[in-house]
Each structure stands twice: as C-alpha cells, then as structure tokens.
Design a protein around this ligand. Structure first.
Ligand code: ZN
Length: 283
C-alpha cells in the first residue's frame, strides 16, 4: 500500500522524528540524520527512535527514508569536495542502516564548468567508490534534479547511463522521482496522459522496479523553468489533476509518497494527497 508522509524536523534529535511525523498525521516520513548544511552528526538515541516508531505505528525498516545533506557533489572537480561527498554518503548509508532505513536519497551535484560527459563519468566513479566493500543494508537512491546551472541528474538518459553501468558490475541503486524537479526539468506532469508517458519513459530507461519513492511537490515556477521551488499541492503549475495521476501511479507500484512542501500548510497538503487514492487509511 502507498503511504503518504512528509519530510519532518529532527530538532532536538533524530529520535524525535517519529513523534513529529505522527503530529502531522504522516503515514511515513523523511528525515535528515544531521544538519543538511554542514556540521557534525550528533549521537542518535536508537532505543527511543525504535520505541517511538512502534508507539506511533511506523513500520521499522519500511516507513521512513533518509535525505542526505545538500552539499553533496559527486561531480565536483575539486578533489576535496568530491572525496568528502563520497565519505558523507558512506556515513549516511551506515547510519541509515543502523536505524533500519531502506533508502538514502541523494542529489548528484553539479558539473559546474566541466563537460557534462566528463562529469557523468566522475559521478559514476563516485557511486562505485561509495559501494566499495559495502557492508550495510540501506540503498543509495538517486533523486532527479530541476536543472539550474549545470546540475547533474536532470534527464532520464543520464540516469539510464548510471543504472546500466552500475548493473554491469552488480551495484544496485534506487531512483527517487521528485514531481517538482521533474516538471521544472522538462517532464510535463499536468495531465494523466503526460504522467503516464513519463512513467513509461522511467520504465524504459531505468525500470520501474528501481523507482523507490516519490517526492511529492507542486511547482511555484512554470513548466521547464529549470528552477526548484516547491509549492503546496494543487496550488502550483502542475496542479491537482497531474499530481493525482502521479499518486495513482505510485499506488500501482506500491511505493510511498513524501511531501516536501512548506510546513505552514503541510497538514492540508497531506489531507489532499491522501484523498488522491482510496486506500484504507490508518490516520
Ligand atoms: Zn525532493
């Protein structure tokens, strides 16, 4: 069954996330394990985290995902930034595995002034390095980006390259589809037909079995704007019809939906999104 949740705060500690998610009536949740803009990670109270998952009815190992920090850049020509991105993602996968989280969502970074093809090879090598001697259970999941500047991971052909190359050497990664990023990056999602077209393309190029979750956001900017600005559900340029179709595709696949809209109206966004499918709800 598709569950509907949101990105939630870890103020006061990661172990507060399940309680925060419950307060918003989330059925699943996304969290950071550290400050997304930098700084050291604090110790996680694992006992409280697991206790609260049970208390608030979140299935351990299933109903939450980790989002990596924003400063990751696996395409960086700067060796220090590049190696640091690899190290941080390895650490995120380790911590996610400790809290029995199945997926770590990450952006790929930016090519800046490098040639895109060169940058793609660098990203691929970084992904391979992350998985060297891999002992943990969590899976790295690559998120589609909106496309400002020389950002990596905007079109599905690029993802096809990573998935094909990684498969050849037996590395399995996931794919995260963000509705706002995809729409701003040039994938029209305004009608049911367009949505189905996009999902067919994901299937052809990446395989729908590799689609692990949906970031569910409307877009403040116009189609193909290349700008990443999340809007409340049904209030942006994608609109309710298109987003409902995406929710229905998620339901067919049985994957969860995570909202990343501003928390001022997130409760309303969650109610509306839940109404997009007829699944029996627990909250
Ligand atoms: Zn996202």
């Amino acid at each position: 069954m598709t569950k509907v949740g949101a990105h939630v705060s870890i103020a006061g500690g990661v172990a507060n996330a399940p309680g925060n998610a419950y307060d918003l009536k989330c059925e699943c949740f996304q969290l950071f394990t550290r400050s997304p803009r930098g700084g050291q990670r604090k110790e996680i109270d694992l006992e409280k985290f697991f206790e609260d998952c049970q208390k608030y009815n979140f299935e351990i190992g299933k109903d939450y995902i980790v989002h990596s920090p924003y400063y990751i850049n696996l395409a960086s020509a700067d060796e220090k930034i590049y190696q640091n991105s690899i190290r941080i993602l390895q650490d995120e996968l380790k911590v996610a595995s400790e809290i029995k989280c199945p997926y770590v969502i990450t952006h790929l970074g930016s090519a800046k002034d490098q040639d895109k093809k060169v940058a793609q090879k660098r990203v691929l090598a970084g992904l391979v390095a992350i998985y060297k001697d891999y002992q943990n259970s969590a899976m790295l999941t690559l998120e589609i980006a909106a496309g400002s500047g020389n950002v990596m991971g905007v079109d599905l052909d690029e993802f096809k390259f990573y998935f094909d190359e990684l498969k050849k050497i037996g590395i399995e990664v996931g794919f995260c589809f963000d509705t706002c990023h995809a729409f701003a990056g040039g994938y029209d999602l305004r009608t049911s037909e367009k949505v189905q077209e996009v999902f067919r393309e994901i299937d052809q190029k990446i395989g729908l079995k590799n689609l692990k979750c949906i970031h569910f956001n409307d877009s403040k900017t116009e189609f193909n704007s290349k700008k990443d600005r999340h809007e409340h559900i049904g209030k942006g340029s994608i609109g309710e019809i298109g987003l409902k179709s995406v929710a229905q595709e998620a339901q067919k696949l049985g994957i969860n939906i995570y909202l990343e809209t501003n928390h001022d109206q997130i409760k309303e966004d969650l109610i509306l999104t839940k109404s997009f499918n007829e699944a029996k709800r627990t909250r």
